[in-house]
Write a protein that binds this ligand. Structure first.
Ligand code: ASP
Ligand code: MG
Length: 450
């Protein structure tokens, strides 16, 4: 196992000069940290995505470009010697300007990735210079030289073998000499085209990089002091969880606790790299350690909420006692690259929710072509404005009585698509958006505040 630590900083952690300085202090406080993975400055990726979607109105396009320049200038202004970093950032902003114009004529996924990658490319110039001015030998590294992916723009898949080999060649030696600052979220395919891992993908990048360098630990610094029993903005009595297992944390990430990108823990788990999650604003508050082995495994660990759910219900009398129906359904969904999240079935119907992880934002949509094909098979009903509530815990499929407690607490709610029993670590269901927070509050009071 490599002897060094990888630290990742999210967008809010590198939002401005003060925030970046806090990151620098965190990096300095752990001499073991040799590799730093950074997001784009807060808000930047959203602006870039807007440009990438094609802004025809030139005035509006310039407004966005001005905003982007302002965010980065605010940091440059506070550096002692910004000459080099400014030159680099302005060159990237020029690229953004021309790509945004191209996107206003014809947007494409390839162009989008090229454009949105610019956020991380800029923030890392700023962070590197800021670190140098604090007296740290920091080197900026373009992760596209290591993070090889396929060419599925917007949601590229990493190629682990190549990443590992390239990391050994190019990245590990550099980490021996200095603190390396690199980008999350972005990569490149075999032809050298820029790719991205999907929105929020910098956590995943950090984990992939940590895996490739065989890091001893991975710190994810964000704007919350670790994982809580639920979002404290929804349930003020939510409490921090000092230690949680990989399986529980994966369930939480999958089910919408927005703390970690859902794929983050896969590489960490593969290489048994302990992951720490904490707030760069309040590092003294500590955070959550995610490990293989944990001391306690309570029945109820946490509640997660994920909104913007799209539920698709497929009904067909032909499904009754027939075989091959679900196979056909999934064949069609697979063909149109629709990723299914939850699924419940009855004799003549099947309900499923759609996953969303690509760069487009908003509620996931059932592609029209998929709907047309499905309608040849059955009736298709699409519903929006639903939220997924997930109760995460341990040994839930083997415990008695708790379902009564959960559903008793929620007897006044209309629960849809209850999924329960498939995993020992969760129970989940959909509720209408308008009552979702209330459902979380009631459950938290009943299960976690006793
Ligand atoms: N900057 C990217 C985003 O906002 C990646 C990340 O921050 O994880 O989606
Ligand atoms: Mg982020």
């Amino acid at each position: 196992m490599g002897s060094f630590n990888v630290a990742k900083f999210g967008g809010t952690s590198v939002a401005n000069f003060e925030a970046m300085s806090r990151c620098a202090a965190i990096i300095e406080s752990n001499p073991n940290t040799k590799l730093v993975v950074s997001s784009a400055c807060s808000g930047v990726t959203n602006l870039l995505v807007e440009l990438a979607n094609g802004v025809q109105d030139q005035t509006h396009r310039s407004e966005i470009l001005t905003k982007l320049a302002e965010i980065h200038n605010a940091v440059l202004d506070q550096l002692e010697d910004s000459t080099q970093a400014a030159a680099e950032v302005y060159t990237i902003l020029d690229t953004v300007t021309s790509l945004a114009e191209a996107a206003s004529i014809q947007a494409s996924r390839k162009l989008t990735d090229h454009l949105v990658a610019c956020g991380e490319l800029m923030s890392t110039h700023l962070l590197t210079q800021l670190m140098r001015e604090r007296g740290i030998a920091a080197t900026r590294f373009d992760i596209r030289d290591v993070l090889r992916t396929d060419s599925n723009f917007g949601k590229a898949e990493p190629e682990l073998g190549s990443i590992r080999q390239l990391a050994e060649e190019k990245l590990i030696p550099l980490c021996q000499e200095s603190v390396v600052i690199t980008q999350g979220f972005i990569g490149s395919d075999a032809e050298g085209n820029t790719t991205t891992l999907g929105r929020g993908g910098s956590d995943y990048s950090a984990a992939l990089i940590a895996e490739a360098v065989e890091a001893s630990g991975l710190e994810i610094w964000t704007d919350v002091p670790g994982i809580y029993t639920t979002d404290p903005r929804i349930a003020p009595k939510a409490s921090p969880i000092p230690e949680i297992s990989f399986s529980e944390a994966s369930e939480m990430a999958n089910f919408g606790a927005k703390i970690l990108h859902p794929s983050t823990l896969v590489p960490a788990l593969r290489h048994d790299i302990p992951v720490f999650v904490g707030s760069s604003k309040e590092p003294e508050k500590g955070g959550t350690w995610i490990r293989h082995q944990v001391e306690s495994s309570p029945l109820f660990r946490a509640l997660a909420l994920r909104c913007n759910q799209t539920m698709v219900t497929l009904r067909s009398a032909k499904m009754f006692h027939a075989y091959g129906f679900l196979a056909r359904v999934f064949e069609i969904l697979a063909k149109h690259k629709v990723s299914v999240d939850l699924i419940t079935t009855s004799e003549i119907s099947v309900s499923l929710t759609l996953d969303q992880t690509d760069t487009s934002g908003g509620a996931p949509q059932l592609p029209e072509a998929a709907r047309i094909e499905l309608e040849e098979l059955c009736s298709v009903d699409v519903e929006h404005n639903l939220c997924l509530v997930a109760l995460i815990g341990n040994n839930m499929s083997e415990s008695k009585g708790y379902a009564k407690q959960v559903f008793g607490t929620l007897e006044d709610f209309n629960l849809r698509m209850i999924c329960y029993g498939a995993s020992p670590h969760n129970l989940c269901f959909l509720v209408h958006e308008s009552v979702s927070k209330q459902a979380i509050q009631k459950l938290h009071t009943e299960l976690f505040e006793g």
